[in-house]
Design a protein around this ligand. Structure first.
Ligand code: GFB
Length: 322
């Protein structure tokens, strides 16, 4: 078990992006740490893409610690079709928050990236050292470049100024508060919605994108939040840390599992005009395991709770879609 080097008790902690799936999971998880305050601010009040309002806000609030789950996120199609948004928004958020945190004298900061920072054909499971050893997956290289810049910002501020800024790279995440819009979502919410709607319509089949053969690793947002809090407390080094479940599954098997959870007993069809993306991205969990953290929520259980969340919040999701 790693040594506790930064207790969160009594700290003023800012969760940048608290309305997102990871941000809201972090707020829930941080409440257990007895912080003095969990600071949050909405995009309408402070747009993190805007340098001066970000700097002004953090200078006024003076958090001790900062988590940055804030990001423009989306699934394979959203990434592929909105490269400028994914690159610009994520570069600006990383640069503005990290620089302003330095200027405001923040003690500790955790930047959140993504497993898509690694080369498309990296050896599996992907170790942290694989970063920048090969070409990126084209569907999400824009997002990946912005996230790599975030890692490098943390390292640069540590090297030049001695700031205790760290970064974590989570795998594909899912959970409460996920995006269920089929055009911009990740695969899990898409499959839940498709299976649910196929069921309601009495359909004979449901469609998946691509070949169904890519493999992906999934982690529940609550497990991710738990890992991030753990890293904040025990980790202080320039190298980023993978945050994953250590297991992967083909998209076809995932679709069949979602169908079971939702109770849809039909055929699977494939839309091969849609991209597969990277063939496999299973990350090595060795570094985070050595730091004393393991995930708690098995995939099937996580999918069941995600489906319950979808059913409870469907009215709201439909209203947002209309
Ligand atoms: O989750 P996903 O959009 O993201 O897609 P990536 C994962 C795989 O599921 C791809 C397939 O092979 C998709 O083609 N898939 C099958 C589907 N059916 C569907 C569907 O209905 N919707 C979606 N969305 N996918 C993203 C990156 O890549 O992962 C981001 O673009 C980020 O940058 C994120 O890193 C974690 O795993 O391919």
């Amino acid at each position: 078990m790693a040594e506790l080097i930064y207790p969160l008790e009594g700290k003023r902690i800012w969760v940048a992006g608290h309305r997102g799936m990871v941000g809201s999971a972090l707020v829930r998880r941080l409440e257990k740490e007895n912080p003095a305050d969990i600071l949050t601010v909405t995009r309408a009040e402070v747009d993190l893409i805007d340098q001066s309002s970000t700097a002004r806000w953090i200078g006024k609030e003076k958090p001790d610690a900062v988590f940055i789950p804030a990001a423009k996120v989306g699934g394979i199609l959203a990434n592929d079709t909105h490269p400028a948004d994914f690159l610009y928004d994520n570069l600006m958020i990383a640069a503005n928050v990290i620089h302003s945190a330095h200027t405001a004298g923040v003690e500790k900061l955790l930047f959140l990236g993504s497993s898509c920072i690694y080369p498309k054909f990296a050896d599996q499971p992907i170790v942290e050292e694989a970063l920048l050893t090969g070409a990126l997956e084209p569907t999400n290289e824009w997002y990946a470049i912005a996230k790599i810049a975030g890692i490098k910002l943390c390292q640069a501020y540590r090297k030049q100024h001695g700031d205790d800024f760290i970064s974590a790279m989570p795998t594909n995440l899912y959970g409460p508060g996920d995006n269920y819009d089929l055009k911009s979502s990740h695969v899990i919410p898409a499959l839940i919605r498709k299976a649910h709607e196929a069921n309601l319509a009495g359909a004979k089949s449901m469609e998946i994108w691509g070949s169904g053969t890519p493999r992906r690793e999934f982690l529940h947002a609550d497990d991710c939040a738990d890992a991030l809090v753990h890293l904040m407390k025990v980790y202080s080094s320039p190298e980023h840390v993978n945050v994953g479940s250590g297991e992967d599954i083909t998209i076809e098997d995932l679709a069949r599992l979602v169908m079971e959870v939702v109770g849809f007993d039909g055929e699977l069809t494939r839309d091969t005009s849609k991209p597969d993306g990277t063939p496999r991205k299973l990350m090595s969990a060795d570094r985070i395991r050595a730091l004393g953290w393991t995930p708690r929520i098995p995939l099937r259980e996580g999918l069941e709770s995600a489906y319950r969340w979808f059913l409870e919040n469907q009215g709201q999701l439909d209203a947002r879609r209309a």
